[in-house]
Design a protein around this ligand. Sequence first.
Ligand code: FFO
Ligand code: ATP
Length: 201
Amino acid sequence: MTAPHGKDAARSLARAVRDAIADPAERAHAAAAIRDRIAALDLPAGEVGGYWPLGSELDVRPALHHLRTLGRTVALPVSGPRGSALVFRRWRPEDVLVKGRYGIHEPDGSSPELRPAVLLVPLLAFDRRGHRLGYGAGYYDRTLEALRAVHPVLAVGVAFAAQELEAVPVGAHDQPLDWIVTEREALGISTEREALRTSRH
Ligand SMILES: Nc1nc2c(c(=O)[nH]1)N(C=O)[C@@H](CNc1ccc(C(=O)N[C@@H](CCC(=O)O)C(=O)O)cc1)CN2
Ligand SMILES: Nc1ncnc2c1ncn2[C@@H]1O[C@H](COP(=O)(O)OP(=O)(O)OP(=O)(O)O)[C@@H](O)[C@H]1O
């Protein structure tokens, strides 16, 4: 993809690219690859915040199930009003989810609130410097900022390889990602944003 100017233009292009990945076998293959690549990362101890797939997003549910078999506690985001940070509540496979603010499945209020040390962040687009584009509501930037004010959080962006742009427009509030995981690679983002290291399996 060539990077269009402006975040909104980049968003609509990225959305179209993601929607175009329609083959269920290709999607299932990507979900399994993401599961394996996340399992191979040296994740810090603590709870893992995932997400429940929306529309054409990459499905991280196989990864979440696998993390549970590794003994991890998994949480899902609950969206509050625009302008707020996401709240994470514990998710277990047997839990019944409710539809939240944007029609996204979320744990109900009886599920305990957690503060994840690892966050899987759904990406609309990304570039190799680690910049990301979300839906534009700023939820993940606010959430990472709030969580990181308390303890370190490893942010792992998740996307199809096709969602890569040459350069994603940068915003003042953008919180850095530590890794970007696609079905093709796990891309480590250095804090200095200089040396990039790529692990391919
Ligand atoms: N699966 C998933 N869960 C997630 C996110 C995400 O990106 N993916 N979020 C990441 O932030 C939060 C929800 N954020 C959202 C922010 C804006 C809109 C939004 O503007 N929706 C449009 C309609 C979008 C469409 O369906 O085309 C709207 O409501 O008008 C939706 C979700 C928390 N949970
Ligand atoms: N920590 C923050 N404090 C105040 N405003 C913020 C913060 N983070 C983001 N914003 C604001 O939220 C809006 C959306 O931000 P941005 O365009 O970076 O969204 P995004 O990264 O695409 O979305 P998301 O983080 O939800 O995935 C912008 O107007 C931005 O200024």
